[in-house]
Ligand binder design. Structure first.
Ligand SMILES: Cc1cc2nc3c(=O)[nH]c(=O)nc-3n(C[C@H](O)[C@H](O)[C@H](O)COP(=O)(O)OP(=O)(O)OC[C@H]3O[C@@H](n4cnc5c(N)ncnc54)[C@H](O)[C@@H]3O)c2cc1C
Length: 297
């Protein structure tokens, strides 16, 4: 077993931001990644809301981020975290290769989009199919769109979109709209949201330009944008042992980014918060790193 003070899980923007703050504070830490460093940054074709860098791409942000990481001498270790065990004086983080004995953990493992579930979803990804209303909603100003899913995240994204689009079809794959009461009320009161219960979305249809409709229960509805939120979930299987407190938006943390388990910090999209964006993920990472540094002292 290897020993270190802090383990950071995930090298997306939240984990890399934490690593930069830890390194500059001369902390003893390890950052673990099970795939390509950068996480979702590798997939963002267009980013228009990152302060100071208008009209950029996830790839361009990642290139300068990795240069900063390399220049600081941060080494990203490859390993897939399988579980975290609570020990008397800290944690044991177990990967598929090694295990690390540490005093604090920063979990920055993001959320993952599950496999494609609807016909046409993959074909039109980035051409009318989007998984982030805050990021892409602007492209659908004044248009008709469809949102598919049934939970608090779906309700939040629908409320955000409804302020931009002309009409929003909320396709619910069940006989009842689910979510917290206050959100349900707001969605039901929004005049341009039409809730379609028992919706089986058979297909997303379109042409060379992009999406132009969805087929719901055999009937075609013309829309320019589709937001399928049926398959996103936290990358948190390895937390099943510790079970930090969660709600419908992710793991609950205090203002220091610490969960209800002392020494277990979270950053980025895995955290319970309504604005899951690059700028908030980077901020979470910075706060979690400085808090973890204080914690181990
Ligand atoms: C389609 C889309 C468009 C978006 N557009 C924008 C935009 O325009 N502007 C904006 O600000 N935000 C945008 N976002 C949101 C933004 O991408 C995220 O908020 C941000 O990237 C989250 O960063 P993160 O570090 O928390 O998670 P991620 O980027 O998901 O990184 C998590 C990392 O943890 C790793 N990991 C997971 N599990 C393990 C494990 N068990 N062991 C080791 N490593 C693990 C993953 O491989 C990954 O690299 C968009 C999101 C989507 C889906």
């Amino acid at each position: 077993m290897k020993k270190t003070n802090i383990v950071v899980i995930g090298a997306g923007i939240a984990g890399l931001s934490a690593a930069i703050y830890l390194k500059r504070a001369n902390a003893d830490f390890v950052i673990l990644e099970n795939s390509l460093p950068g996480g979702l940054l590798n997939k963002l074709h267009k980013v228009e809301n990152y302060p100071g860098v208008p009209n950029t791409t996830g790839g361009d942000i990642l290139i300068s981020l990795m240069e900063q990481v390399r220049n600081l001498g941060i080494e990203i270790k490859y390993g897939s975290v399988q579980t975290i065990l609570k020990e008397e004086d800290g944690f044991e983080v177990v990967t598929d290769k090694d295990s690390y004995d540490c005093q604090a953990v920063i979990v920055a493992a993001g959320r993952k989009i599950e496999g494609v579930t609807i016909k046409g979803e993959k074909e039109f990804a980035g051409r009318g199919v989007s998984y982030c209303a805050t990021c892409d909603g602007n492209f659908f100003k004044g248009a008709d769109v469809a949102v598919i899913g049934n939970n608090d995240i779906v309700l939040e994204e629908s409320l955000y979109l409804a302020n931009l689009v002309k009409k929003l079809y909320l396709c619910v794959p069940g006989e009842k709209l689910e979510g917290t009461d206050s959100l349900l009320l707001k969605v039901k009161q929004k005049e341009n949201i039409e809730i379609l219960l028992n919706s089986n979305v058979d297909e997303i249809v379109g042409d060379d330009i992009g999406v132009n409709g969805i087929k719901v229960n055999g009937k075609e509805i013309p829309v320019w944008g589709v937001f399928p939120f049926v398959g996103t979930k936290s990358s948190d299987e390895f937390l099943s042992n510790l079970k930090p407190e969660q709600d419908n938006f992710g793991v609950k943390v205090n203002e220091e980014m610490m969960s209800n388990i002392p020494g277990l910090f979270f950053a980025g999209d895995i955290v319970s918060k309504k604005l899951k964006q690059l700028v908030t993920a980077a901020s979470d990472g910075a706060i979690a790193a400085t808090s973890a540094g204080r914690f181990i002292k």
